[in-house]
Write a protein of this length. Sequence first.
Length: 757
Amino acid sequence: MTSFRNLSLKIKMTLIITLTSCAALLLACAVFVAYELHSFRSNLVLELTTLAEITGKNCAAAVSFDRPDDAEKTLAHLGGESQIIAAGIYKDGKVWARFPKTLKDAALPAAPSAASHRFANQTLELFHPIYDPDSREPLGSIYVQSSLTQMYSRLRNYLGVVAAVMLVAAAVSFFLSARLQRVISGPVLKLAETAHVVSREKDYSVRAQKHADDEVGVLIESFNDMLAQIQKRDAELQEARLAAERANQAKSNFLSFMSHELRTPLTTIIGFSEMLLAEVETEGRPEWVEDLRRVHDSGRYLLELINDILDISKIEAGKMEVHLETFGIPGLIRDLKDLMRPLAEPKKNRLVIECPEDIGEMHADRIKVRQCLLNLLSNACKFTHQGLITLSASRVAKSGGDWLTFRVSDTGIGMTPEQLGKLFRAFSQADDSTSRRYGGTGLGLALTKRFCQMMGGDVSVVSEPGQGSTFTIELPAVAPKQAGTLTVTAAAPIAVPAASSGCILVIDDDPAVHQLLANALGPQGYTLKFASSGAEGLRLAKELRPAVITLDVIMPEMDGWVVLARLKDDPDLAAIPVIMLTVRADQDFGFAMGVADYLQKPIDRERLVSVLKKYYRLHTAKEVLVVEDDPPMRELLCRMLDDKEWTVAQADNGLTALESITHCQPSLIVLDLKMPVMDGFEMIAELNKHVDWRKIPVVVVSGKELTPEDRQRLQGHVQKILQKGDFSREELLREVQQTVKLFLTDQSHVSAQTAKA
């Protein structure tokens, strides 16, 4: 049943008025009935007293002359009164006469000492003295018992009238209150409706209508004044929010611009310092190595600082994304151990790793987990000298799932409670003296905490001055997928298009990057072409049909995303693998746009070469592809050709071989003709459809006798045909080896002549 306090205002007011009216009327009726009952009883006593007095006078002579029969005859006249039940005359304290005459003495009460009356057992009993008419001496007393039936009947009539009046009054009261309550509830309900509209629609320009100058009117005026103030403040807040958004956008634009402007020279500094380091180490000039390493390390430090500032800015703007992947914990810990060893050794710190090999995997942002642990380990090394640094990892059950707990403990300087209070604030360190002595920006721990929270976990710390610190990272084994969470995998290698020139096209507006890539990739044997703008890059891509394109994002007039979109829209260029080389960390967007791989500046030469080999390997005139469906035969061919002077690849059918060629074009193909999926004839036909592939020499090793028609189909497309049945296995392999060497020598000669020309 609905509680009264939860009823609507209209019902409440109607019920209150009706109940109040009925209560007042009921009280009035109760007083009236009580008064009537009291009056009836008083009148009844008075009437019975009069009757007893008259009867006593009539019986006085009989009592005086001791004639009870005469007295009983007089009492018999009381039978004419319908309410008289019994009567009696007492003389000398004993019953002397009675009515009715058959009444037993025991049925009459004892004689009282004085006149009295009482109500008992639905009757009224009354005693009245009998006096001598002349001397006024008491002769005895008379007893009269009267029924109260008439009084109760009258009382029931009164109650019936009261009930009828109450019903009529309640109905009239309810009818009137249901209409009259609108005078008060109407404005209040409209005010409540207005408040609901304002709350739902957040429209503070709405106003409640005032109907009178009473208290409700004052309430409505106050409500409207409040809305006016809120509307004013909302407008001010809206302006402030817009101003803050503009300022934040300006800050983001400034940081983006400055990051590009700062990273561009830093990329050059880091790249050229790496090259100079390699050169002076090769030339044996140790006196320059330390200075160049300082230049290189300073550039790296500045780059890391810029990256941290951009990460903080992205988090504050809600643009930081989480890239989920599944990775093994032991491998991650081993990588960290290798990275931290050079940091721990200069301060003579001992690094201890406690990680069980069966700890398993986790599904989270591997880069962010690695960065969090690296930040904690770097801090531990920074504030510890000749001490112990421990990294432990464990898997625990918590909150209905598996969690990973990472602890980084050190025996360093420790921290006070005051220092712990501001530890995870951006641009904040324990205190100024710590910053001056140990350096740093205070961004590492702030990023660590925010990264952990983004992955559904947190980081905590326990520390005492002089006793070291223990940082604990707790992360769910499977990070929750939230807004801004992407599960991204790198795109599969893309086939090199037909008629490729075999070069690498570099599209970047920075000449220093051109020089860096030329110095990094030239010695590896790669041919590079350069474009300084997006438009020039598209033109050269159409002319050259490069094997791979490297593309910067931030360029004038036409940025890298526009260039990438136009490359993918062109059927002749869409298959060319595009590797992004940029300072922007937009891997997810890049992969969504179809890039083959994504590298962030400054350029890591080894990483760049490794990525290039995934999509394009140089054919060095010493790469042989063996296409044979018979595993023992294929294994023997590969084993005999597996020499330090050349590289051997293998395929079990023509289709697999063509897929291999798209990734790495060999210098010679050893081909069987009879194979499943795609046989040798079909493969040769496919090779002849591509300008570059039709130049690859093919040696056919067939186990079947070729018909004139077969030889006609192969004429002009293969350089050697060997029959398996004509040779023993050793002779066959020796012949294949000699043939391969012959064609490789010829191919190298042709390449050398072409290079001289």
